[in-house]
Design a protein around this ligand. Structure first.
Ligand code: URP
Ligand code: ZN
Ligand code: ZN
Length: 479
């Protein structure tokens, strides 16, 4: 099966060019001007459109068991919604319960994800520590293609990793050539503030952001960054939502530390006024952690993205329907945390990024696809339109418009945080693994057509290890 994408402008993170694209099987085989159409190829006319690497969402939670319920979007419906919006790969999270073996949890998530219709990979959370976790991290890196381990610094009494767990896990990640990642919020501070809010009689969603102040994120970001600095492991901060955390990232990067930051489309575009909405469903529908922040923080995040201090964009797609959110009607701490966005990420970032001049088209590709592929070591297989790369492509119609609504979206949730937002610039075609899966509103998906993507370990970073293990004595380096 071959496809011929004719007459579009190919946009990569480094340059744009008028070019045709030939796909044979699941690979891109040629990119160039006025190519010959291979015999039997299906032709897609991309005149006037941009041909870009499919979006990679590095932060999703399909069918996550969380806070007493299970996210409504599963791996099939969620990856299908992603394809409708131009996203061709997700990196989801395996989250073992405390004391659950990592390998057991990994196999469970692998099983759930088999129905995916776009490509997928996994970060694995380290929620507890003993020698079996140490061993399983090794197996995950060596045998299963996992190169990133997640640490939730929040969610006390559930999946929170304390400093001891993080110290052990960061150290092991460095040994294995893996990336440490964190959800940076001081879980103890949040826990105490939640109690205080309830004691004061503040039981509604308006208390959610008050219980998770920017300082809680700034403190945790600094703690994780400092720990990573001492250990010498690269660190990726998911869903950076505050100026406080961003400033810690900038400081560390200016100091030569390998630290990366991710911004969510929601945090860039929605502010904390939503929590004061009089309708519980609307306010609770926006409950996620860290919460949406004031406009000052939003402006800082945009600048972080523009300046390269934040490198990736994601959604933290974690869907709970109104009925599920109602569990916290009388106690905001029981509202399942999570919001959707996989279908809308590219369109809202194009509209508010490229459409306003904050991002060039090439920067858009960088922050929606290429940087994630590079940071998580799957480039140039993913994240670029180039001969030899996977044929994961979005054809982007810059003139197409729509108004986002839960009534019309394909996501399996009855709420949309971008409800009523008019976007200009939409996927007209999405190709995943060389197959046209979405065309002008028509999804052509089948369960199980997505593939698990292994992500190789990074070369060991011995230099940093030397610093703390040999107190200055040179140590043989085996590269
Ligand atoms: O509220 C959120 N973000 N829910 C999903 C879990 C997490 O913290 O990423
Ligand atoms: Zn999180
Ligand atoms: Zn998350």
């Amino acid at each position: 099966m071959s496809l011929f994408i004719r007459g579009g402008t190919v946009v990569n993170a480094d340059m744009s060019e008028r070019a045709d694209v030939i796909i044979d099987g699941d690979l891109i085989t040629a990119v160039g001007l006025d190519l010959d159409v291979p015999a039997g190829a299906e032709i897609i006319d991309a005149g006037g459109q941009f041909v870009m690497p499919g979006g990679i969402d590095p932060h999703t939670h399909m069918q996550l068991p969380f806070m007493g319920t299970v996210a409504s979007e599963d791996f099939f419906t969620g990856t299908a919604a992603g394809l409708a919006g131009g996203t061709t790969m997700i990196i989801d999270f395996v989250i073992p319960s405390p004391k659950q073996p990592l390998m057991e949890a990994f196999q469970t998530w692998r099983g759930w994800a088999e129905k995916s219709c776009a490509d997928y990979s996994f970060h694995v959370a380290v929620t507890w520590w003993d020698e079996t976790v140490h061993a399983d991290m090794g197996r995950l890196v060596r045998d299963e293609g996992v190169n990133s381990f997640k640490h939730f610094m929040a969610y006390k009494n559930a999946i929170m990793a304390d400093d001891e767990v993080m110290y052990n896990s960061f150290t092991r990640a460095l040994e294995l050539g893996a990336m440490a990642t964190v959800h940076a919020e001081n879980g103890e501070m949040v826990f105490q503030l939640q109690k205080k809010m309830l004691e004061m009689g503040m039981t509604g969603p308006e208390a959610h952001p008050l219980s998770r102040p920017p300082a809680a994120e700034g403190e945790a970001a600094n703690r994780a960054i400092r720990l990573a600095e001492v250990i010498g492991v690269p660190l990726y901060l998911v869903h950076v939502s505050t100026k406080d955390a961003l400033e810690e990232i900038i400081r560390a990067r200016n100091n030569g530390q390998r630290v990366y930051g991710e911004a969510l489309a929601g945090h860039l575009l929605i502010d904390d006024s939503v929590y004061r909405h009089p309708d519980f469903e609307v306010a609770a529908g926006h409950v996620m952690s860290p919460p949406f922040r004031s406009k000052e923080h939003q402006a800082a995040l945009w600048k972080g993205l523009q300046s390269g201090s934040l490198q990736t964009t994601a959604t933290d797609h974690c869907c709970f329907c109104n009925e599920q959110k109602a569990a916290g009607r009388d106690d905001f701490t029981l509202i399942p945390n999570g919001t959707a966005g996989i279908e809308d990420r590219l369109a809202v970032l194009w509209t508010h990024g490229v459409g306003t001049g904050k991002l060039t088209r090439e920067e858009f590709v960088a922050v929606t696809s290429t940087n994630t592929a590079q940071i998580f070591n799957i480039y140039p297989r993913k994240g670029v339109i180039r001969a030899g790369s996977d044929a994961d492509i979005v054809i982007w119609d810059p003139g197409a418009t729509k108004t986002i609504s839960a009534k019309t979206h394909k996501q399996n949730i009855d709420f949309n945080i971008f409800e009523g937002m008019m976007v200009t610039g939409l996927a007209s075609h999405t190709i995943c693994g060389g197959v046209l899966r979405y065309k002008d509103g028509d999804l052509r998906v089948e369960k199980g057509t997505g593939h698990y993507v292994k992500r190789p370990a990074f070369p060991p970073m011995f230099r940093a290890l030397e610093k703390i293990t040999t107190a200055g004595k040179p140590r043989p380096v085996n590269r």
